[in-house]
Design a protein around this ligand. Sequence first.
Ligand SMILES: *[C@@H]1O[C@H](CO)[C@@H](O)[C@H](O)[C@H]1NC(C)=O
Ligand SMILES: *[C@@H]1O[C@H](CO)[C@@H](O)[C@H](O)[C@H]1NC(C)=O
Length: 184
Amino acid sequence: MAERNHFGFIDILRILGGILLFNACFSWWFTSTTTWGYNGKWTSVNYLKHRLTNNFVNLTTEQLALYNGTDPSLPIYIGINGRVYDVSISRSIYGPRGTYNKLAGKDAARVYVTGCFMNPGEYTYDLRELDQEEVERDLADWQYFFDNHEKYWYVGEVQHKPPTGDPPKPCEHMKFPGLVHHNR
Ligand SMILES: *[C@@H]1O[C@H](CO)[C@@H](O)[C@H](O)[C@H]1NC(C)=O
Ligand SMILES: *[C@@H]1O[C@H](CO)[C@@H](O)[C@H](O)[C@H]1NC(C)=O
């Protein structure tokens, strides 16, 4: 008798599980998702793992190149002036057939500043001969954008060798469409 009245941890888990399942089914009914339409990073197993282990990567330029979306078993990373972000959730955008695939697996800091997407030479971390004030402002904005994105997250750093050879030729400045400048 005494045992039957004992309301234990397992019962609490059962009830919680029931509530979660009920919530998921209810959500599915209305939104065709189990999360009320939310599909940000908190539904990503990789993000949860990253938050739990608190592991950060420290890649070379060559290592970063592997995370270009070609291998479906690897995450997709982009670099912005040394900071690396996981954009795997948007495989349709950054993956092999995506609009922004050229940004994947590299630190294309320069093209975020100049917006010269049609020019393959711009997809580089080489920032020489650009207006340094503009570079700092634009890259800080882009890093802020990815640091605070609901789908993407910061995973660590990429270390580049200093650029050699001639820097890319100046190109017509056309800003990346859609960047919201933050007043900070
Ligand atoms: C990353 O690696 C470089 C050497 O490749 C080292 O100098 C740097 O301190 C490392 N950074 C972190 C955050 O571990
Ligand atoms: C893209 O990544 C794959 C492995 O994930 C690698 O084999 C390939 O060389 C990479 N492509 C480039 C252009 O670096």
